[in-house]
Design a protein around this ligand. Structure first.
Ligand SMILES: [Cu+2]
Length: 444
């Protein structure tokens, strides 16, 4: 790299090449062969699965924020009857479970499947064929499934990616003299090192029980149930990028078009023009329960973030700091490559890095923002009369309070080559003061 300022392309290279095994091998679709289905069933004597998913690989399209349309490769649950989604469906399992996944390739080129950090989940699937994989769910955390066929990020960038959430087996803190309410955490406490366990335990126990994190027993983090993609207190954000020149290679029902000038070196040829969360950007991210946390004070929210693109991102939020709970080990040379690393020293940050293939869990505490006129009154008025005035719209800052979420890597706040702020920009929302959810539910 030269000593002048980084160009856009250099940034992309930095993001992609430094962390990915950036394959320059021939892209699979260059070879148009007749495939026969390989035998890839789980052995007849394999343990019976406790959870089974059937995924299909096919194609779909999407309208981008500026009206452009692109074709995408997509996953769907075989049972979903036609609902192809990018990212793919959120798969939820519990640590230690025997999980079986059937992958059926409805496209006309070879595809592959793997879950980062779970080597047994890896397979390849020929056109119109199915393969089964079976594995034991690893420790609690956020995982990413994707198609890395040919050892390039091509199919991942074209849309074949999704999140697997592993719920912990022993994630609940103990009730004792100093801790009146057991707290759910996203991690298996017994499997953590002492510093990790202490940090996670202290933070999740503090929720709802301290002067800073209000709410009492209602102020706890509540995990998603098994059949939910997301909930009030748990969101899944998939950061992705679109280069329409690559998407144009996807033609519905046909083999991927051949374009060696692009696919011969995906990382260096890919120039993202759209920067998205869950396949939307800018105006299209102004609402959506999958993305926008809209909760009351004292409803801490976990955000599971993965970056499936090849650019580096640096998300930043206003209003509250977040707690950086865990990340994936991204060092291919590390013996724990791909595994979830829970922080042994939890940092409170207002921006954090998201390298390609990074998976990070962060906790948005929904504490009282430091810049609203509520906290000074707390000592004399624990019920928060000022908050009541705000709810009644008698104060200068009525609810909801909305705070921006955006990327500090500025290019990612644009769309279509400069249209600002139509990129990776959204918001979170404080709907009201303490106990607001209860009141709202009572009214309904
Ligand atoms: Cu900002």
């Amino acid at each position: 790299m030269t000593d002048h300022a980084l160009t856009r392309r250099d940034w992309l290279k930095l993001g992609g090449a430094s962390l990915l095994a950036a394959g320059t091998a021939t892209v699979p679709s260059e070879v148009f062969a007749q495939y026969t289905c390989q035998v890839c069933d789980v052995p007849a004597d394999a343990a019976p699965p406790q959870k089974t998913f059937e995924l299909e690989i096919g194609d779909t399209d999407a309208r981008l924020v500026d009206g452009e349309r692109v074709n995408l490769l997509a996953f769907r649950l075989a049972s979903a009857n036609g609902a192809w989604t990018v990212p793919g469906p959120v798969l939820r399992v519990t640590e230690g479970m025997t999980v079986r996944i059937k992958i059926t390739n409805l496209r006309k080129e070879m595809h592959a499947f793997e879950i980062t950090g779970i080597p047994e989940s890896k397979t390849e699937v020929a056109p119109n064929c199915s393969c089964w994989v079976q594995f034991t769910a690893p420790v609690g955390g956020t995982y990413l499934y994707h198609d890395a066929f040919g050892n390039t990020p091509l199919y991942r960038l074209l849309g074949l990616h999704g999140v697997l959430v592993v719920a912990p087996l022993n994630g609940v803190t103990k009730k004792n003299a100093t801790n009146p309410y057991p707290s759910h955490t996203p991690y298996s406490l017994e499997l953590l090192t002492a510093p990790q366990r202490n940090n996670i335990t202290k933070l999740f126990n503090a929720l709802g029980t301290t002067e800073r994190f209000l709410g009492g027993p209602e102020g706890k983090w509540v995990p998603c149930t098994d059949d939910e993609d997301y909930s009030h207190q748990e969101k899944v954000w998939v950061m992705q990028e679109i280069d329409p020149r690559f998407q144009a290679l996807v033609v519905r029902g046909q083999q991927l078009l051949s374009a060696p000038q692009l696919t011969g070196d995906v990382v260096n040829n890919f120039v993202p023009r759209y920067f998205q969360l869950n396949n939307r950007s800018g105006f299209d991210l102004n609402k959506g329960e999958d993305i926008c946390p809209d909760n009351y004070i004292g409803e801490p929210t976990l955000i599971r973030m993965v970056n499936v693109g090849i650019a580096h991102h640096s998300p930043h939020i206003h209003g509250n700091h977040v707690f950086r709970l865990s990340q994936a080990d991204l060092d291919p040379a590390s013996p724990t490559f791909g595994q979830v690393q829970v922080a042994d020293n939890i940092f409170e940050v207002d921006t954090w890095s998201m390298w390609p293939m990074e998976r990070r869990d962060i906790l948005l505490p929904f504490e009282i923002p430091p810049d609203i006129p509520y906290k000074p009154l707390l000592a004399t008025d624990p019920q928060g009369i000022q908050f009541d005035r705000m709810v009644a719209r008698q104060a200068k800052e009525p609810f909801p309070l909305r705070y921006v979420v955006h990327d500090h890597v500025e290019m990612a706040t644009t769309a279509g080559g400069g249209n600002y702020p139509q990129g990776m920009v959204t918001h979170w929302e404080i709907m009201g003061g303490l106990g607001g959810r209860k009141l709202q539910t009572a009214r309904l």
